[in-house]
Unconditional design. Structure first.
Length: 208
């Protein structure tokens, strides 16, 4: 049984989570990041019926702000698979416990990494319906970051403005390690949800 099989069989989020939680870490990551665009879209809808995701999914409790947590992923942007594979790196903000900072480690090495600030959506009724955590590219970190992280560059500068500028990713929980996100673009009349999804799978032990 694979994640492909479960999605084909219209499995519940509980069944999907139990399957992923039972897999060895390497196999879990491989299955989570092997879904087609249609499968990711389906998983996004199924995940809406599961537990609400929190910041502790991305950076487990007890970790210092100097520790980065790697979440390899795959997006559904219509480009060769090599460029669909990436990772988001998260670390706790050293000043505000309500925030997590991070960046994208992409195979598209010709663009800047795409920094963001992530936070929970509680209190924003419209955003809560989309996911429990938002990865906000309209904000970039302004506090201390883990050693070795790349230079922070605003997302309206350079080639990354064609990927990250004015966008936010809304996140839903799939299992203990796996999450799924959907992109939205900020517009004058309000955010517009985009038909781009991505999966992430947290690696333990942590490290960037």
């Amino acid at each position: 049984m694979t994640l492909h099989d479960l999605l084909s069989a219209n499995a519940t989020i509980g069944e999907i989570a139990a399957h992923l939680d039972a897999l060895p870490a390497e196999e879990r990551e491989a299955q989570a990041n092997d879904l087609s665009g249609a499968e990711q879209s389906r998983l996004w809808e199924i995940a809406s019926t599961g537990p609400v995701i929190t910041l502790s999914h991305f950076v487990p409790e007890g970790l210092d702000h100097t520790v980065g947590v790697r979440h390899p992923g795959r997006n559904t942007i219509p480009v060769p698979r090599h460029f669909q594979l990436f990772a988001k790196i998260f670390a706790r903000d050293d000043d505000d416990p309500r925030l997590v900072n991070g960046y994208n480690d992409s195979n598209a090495s010709f663009i800047h990494p795409g920094y963001f600030v992530a936070y929970e959506t509680r209190g924003n009724a419209e955003w809560e319906k989309r996911g429990g955590v938002v990865v906000d590219y309209l904000r970039v970190p302004d506090s201390a970051l883990p050693a070795g992280w790349p230079k922070v560059v605003p997302n309206d500068v350079g080639l990354q403005k064609f990927v990250y500028n004015r966008t936010r990713d809304f996140m839903r929980r799939v299992s203990a390690h796996v999450s799924i996100g959907r992109a939205a673009e900020q517009r004058a009349q309000g955010d517009r949800e985009l038909d781009f999804w991505f999966t992430l799978c947290r690696r333990d032990p942590t490290g960037a």
